[in-house]
Design a protein around this ligand. Sequence first.
Ligand code: NAD
Ligand code: TYD
Length: 356
Amino acid sequence: MVLITGGCGFIGSAFVLQWLAQSGEPVLNLDLLTYAGHPGNLAAVQGRPGYHFTHGDIGDSALVADLLRTHQPRAIVHFAAESHVDRSIAGPMAFAHTNVLGTLKLLEVTLAWWRTLPPEQAQAFRFLNISTDEVFGSLEAGAAGFTERHPFEPNSPYSASKAAADHFVRAWHHTYGLPVLTTHCSNNYGPRQFPEKLIPLMVHNALAGKPLPVYGDGLQVRDWLHVDDHCAALRAVLAQGRPGQTYNIGGRSERTNLAVVHAICASLDAVRPRSDAKPYAELIAHVTDRPGHDRRYAIDDSRIASELGWQPTVRFEDGIRRTVAWYLDNPDWVASVTSGSYRQWVEQQYPSTATP
Ligand code: NAD
Ligand code: TYD
């Protein structure tokens, strides 16, 4: 079986669903259920014999040691993290706590248990660390995409915390021989993403008739990767990746934020026109830029493409249409995650655009 951390979040839940749909191997999901974790994301597999859930913290060493002893996973797929850049700017300490110390504690406990394994099991074991392209910093327009050799130049508290975790993961391989793999992926999109991130936030606000808050000029560029493509890449890395190696994963879909917001508006215009028939794009409001805002991320995926034969399959235009349709079809999910603490965040983050 495999142990997943953070499986109730956006990417972790997509991974668990894809894993159980495509393999008979059981998963154990360890998740603290922070504001970003929703057991309902995995309602479709709840109660299935191959799915197990433990509510707990990756930093709870006694708990994790017990889970490893009891379940003897052949791999750990580590998603659990604080994942939102704006929240890291408002409160960096939680990011150091979970992303850095939590990962370090997880590594320590994993190593102690891994050392007790018989050689064949120890050799086959993998610790897959899910990181981000944001550790590489910001690219100039026209510069080549990030390769795995690009220097780490994190600019936000979030990316700094992920970079720190990545360094520890690397050290656990080089110093202790733990068979680790690290992936750096670009911005994911798809169903079940918490509406603090760009795409679901814009859909949510548009449907509520609220302003669509674009930071600064909106010409920042992200490389959008459909979450199902990302999960397929992770399965390939887990199956065939070389221990100690890192793999960059991108969507080959660089878009400015404004282009993304216009694509969302166009999708909504087509399937859920406003009652006054005005275009949703009229709701776009340029707001104060994010401090230290990275201008551009882009991925050179030639390593994973050539070594593991993976490439993205979802065209952004199709993926965004399907994603918007998912949010329209799942108002109960949106309502369940946009409760009291969500409203507090929106009021704090968007004081100028918040409407009652
Ligand atoms: P998310 O915020 O949606 O989910 C995070 C999950 O981790 C939640 O279920 C939460 O409850 C859980 N969690 C948080 N702290 C925990 C702890 N101490 N112990 C156990 N569980 C804990 O995040 P996501 O968007 O699904 O991202 C998953 C991973 O992928 C993260 O490591 C993130 O840095 C990385 N990543 C995300 C993106 C993206 O576009 N979303 C891009 C690149 C990398
Ligand atoms: P986000 O989804 O927070 O991901 P990340 O910061 O990890 O790339 O933001 C994606 C881009 O969208 C980023 O350039 C910031 C921008 N953005 C806005 O313009 N307005 C918003 O309200 C949000 C949440 C993000």
